[in-house]
Design a protein around this ligand. Sequence first.
Ligand code: AMP
Length: 281
Amino acid sequence: MSRCLRDVAKLQKIIKNVQFEGCTVGFVPTMGALHEGHLAIVRQSKKENDFTVVSVYVNSRQFNNEEDFRKYPRTEEQDIKALKNEGVDVIYFPRTRALFSQEFMPLKFSLDGLDKRLEGASRPGHFQGVIEVVHALFLHVMPTRAYFGQKDFQQVLIVQKMISKLKLKVELVQVPTVRARNGLALSSRNSRLTLEQKEEALVLVRILRFVKEGYSKVPLSQLLTQAKAQMKGTALVLDYLDIVDKTTLIPLTSKQPQAVACIAAFCGEVRLIDNMLLIAE
Ligand code: AMP
């Protein structure tokens, strides 16, 4: 039976008992407004662990835009229903004062530039907010494994960097992006798009597929120019499209056997991101 908890002491009592029994704990941090992408991660955690905790917390610290935070979809009742349906052991709604107590010290260590590129360049302070909340949640949940979606590719690298730098005893598991049948990457923010905008937003995945297709055949700069040209005439406004090294996120100057294409664009006032792995044939 699923339990909903808000109290960190109660959560930790349960987790300690579970760990005392020698069981593994899988952890899925989310900001709620759950969709099939989140649920795929939950299912993987359930498959790979004896006990699964899902947290739901909209972290104001990782929003660099007040309006975006205010308008972020919040669907608590539906989320609880969906998670109970999946048989999640604990649904955790942490309290802000428990995550960031008065003694809370901002984490200060280098992310080796990962936080400065792509999303970091467009959303200053975003990743500092991410690592602070993920670190605080790890202290609460004490998981064996933590699950993150490839949809937020840069976030995966940054959380992995934090785990290595702080020598945390948690294994990060990356889960592939779940897409709608038409290819649009599922995202909580999609619920803020009109039906027409959802159609328009397909240009993101179309561009990524174009880049993937051309990666082995077309010179890099030409490929990027042709890909960006596909944005013209659409209602979307491109923030960035880059082909980057998949471990450092530095834009490629020459082709590598593997890379990742990352894109961000505004559809109306909603900012969407997506990415795709590229493999040279
Ligand atoms: P969020 O609630 O947006 O913070 O996302 C919680 C987790 O779900 C993060 O690890 C995301 O990367 C992951 N996630 C979000 N959308 C998808 C998707 N379409 N496919 C797979 N994972 C996703």
